[in-house]
Design a protein around this ligand. Structure first.
Ligand code: SF4
Length: 351
């Protein structure tokens, strides 16, 4: 996925080419603003790559976007929130009609941190069931509309949940292609290991049709995501599996988003690396820390972490579960994070 500002045509085309050279078959770009939309014809004119576009907030942008891309990805949770008064079926019909007219595929991309709240409410306490139900609901809508060129993704930052969600979905809808990924897997090598675990468990059972490896990397190293994905596929094809340690998930777990054009401050990748360094002393404690690059997904996707950081242009928001502790300058937040981490460990030890 391109992490450049999409409106920056030069930088985006350069990254599309770099990712293709690294072995990507499909390249995803994000479109959030009129400026991003205006850049699409120029990007399309300069690359023949299969382009998938991520419609995060505003599904109606699809009307301007579809003529220039090959695939549209929408998130059922975000679709629910935009134009709430309108039935979801009408919004899906709008996307399906555009996709048909412009010969695009659709990906229904369900994410753990942004499940449609009506569906999530029905499955309180079982986020995996909520993800699967949301995906199946949208498959039924697309089926009903006669739209067939779609695939589904069910992503979480926890590989165990990714395995569970994709297995449950594949059992119910073996006919629907699945795009696999562990979202916000974090920095390499940990992020590669989490992804490998999920892919080994799913692909070895015949589940999965396309993959994405999401790693927190600077822009000029994004090709490493593709290399990691290709290596995992090659290992699975040759039955070179890695064992899964029993205590996986019972130690310090740092999740961080792979970054994209929405990153609010270039300091994000550096911040994620420093979070890993300053918290290394707590590696034996089962604490999850989430580091997210922007306000689009940051607030929601840090809710489940014990401690969360999400980046704004000039400061970092620090959270304890869904509660905001405060906002801190980039050079102040790490010392406060350590204080909160020590408090959390001490509280658990006194329980
Ligand atoms: S959290 Fe924000 S910056 Fe990070 S990948 Fe998601 S949308 Fe992009």
């Amino acid at each position: 996925m391109c992490a450049t500002k999409t409106w920056d045509v030069e930088a985006t085309v350069r990254q599309v080419v770099d990712l293709e050279r690294a072995g990507a078959d499909i390249v995803r770009i994000a479109v959030d603003s009129a400026r991003d939309v205006a850049a699409l014809p120029a990007i399309r004119a300069r690359t023949a790559a299969s382009l998938s576009v991520d419609l995060q907030e505003n599904y109606r942008l699809a009307a301007q976007v579809a003529p220039f891309v090959d695939k549209i990805r929408y998130n059922p949770g975000h679709l629910y929130h935009h134009e709430k008064e309108k039935p979801v079926r009408d919004k899906v019909a709008f996307l399906a009609e555009l996709a048909t007219r412009h010969d695009c595929a659709i990906r229904v991309g369900v994410n753990c941190g942004s499940i449609d709240p009506e569906v999530a409410g029905r499955f309180a306490g079982d986020s995996v069931a909520g993800m699967v139900a949301s995906a199946e609901e949208h498959c039924a809508l697309l089926d009903d509309l006669g739209f067939q060129r779609y695939c589904v993704s069910l992503k979480d930052s926890d590989p165990v949940k990714v395995i569970d969600a994709n297995r449950r979905f594949a059992a119910d809808r073996p006919d629907v292609p699945l795009h696999l990924g562990v979202t916000e897997a974090g920095l390499p090598p940990d992020g590669v290991i989490k992804t490998r675990i999920a892919f080994e468990q799913l692909i070895s059972r015949g589940i999965g049709d396309t993959i994405r490896v999401s790693l927190t990397l600077p822009n000029d190293r994004k090709g490493e995501e593709i290399a990691a994905g290709r290596l995992i596929l090659d290992d699975i094809a040759h039955r070179r599996y890695r064992s899964v340690p029993e205590n996986l998930g019972r130690r310090l777990n740092i999740i961080s988003c792979p970054s994209c054009s929405r990153v609010e401050n270039e300091a994000f990748v550096d911040l994620a690396e420093k979070v890993r360094e300053v918290t290394a002393y707590a590696r034996e404690h089962a604490v999850t820390i989430a580091v997210m690059g922007c306000r689009v997904n940051g607030p929601g996707e840090t809710d489940d972490a014990d401690l969360g950081l999400w980046c704004a242009p000039t400061h970092v928001n620090l959270k304890r579960k869904s509660e905001t502790i405060g906002t801190f300058a980039y050079d102040e937040v790490l010392s406060r994070l350590r204080i909160e981490l020590d408090r959390l460990i001490a509280a658990r030890q006194s329980e």
